[in-house]
Design a protein around this ligand. Structure first.
Ligand SMILES: [Zn+2]
Length: 61
């Protein structure tokens, strides 16, 4: 199961270290396997876009 939501509390991007502020939105991507806890990754918008670009590039190659 995977959930994505904007970070409600103080968030820090796990990739570039950018902190949540008025102009920086941090997203939480949560994943869980049944019977296990949640794993959370926090990413800023820029790093989410880089990830998306990387996925698109991987599909081409
Ligand atoms: Zn980032």
């Amino acid at each position: 199961m995977v959930k994505i939501q904007t970070c409600k509390r103080h968030g820090v991007c796990n990739d570039c270290g950018k902190q949540q502020s008025n102009d920086t939105e941090i997203w939480e991507i949560k994943a869980s396997t049944t019977g296990h806890g949640w794993t959370t990754i926090m990413l800023c918008r820029d790093c989410m876009l880089s990830l998306h670009t990387a996925i698109a590039a991987a599909q081409i190659n």
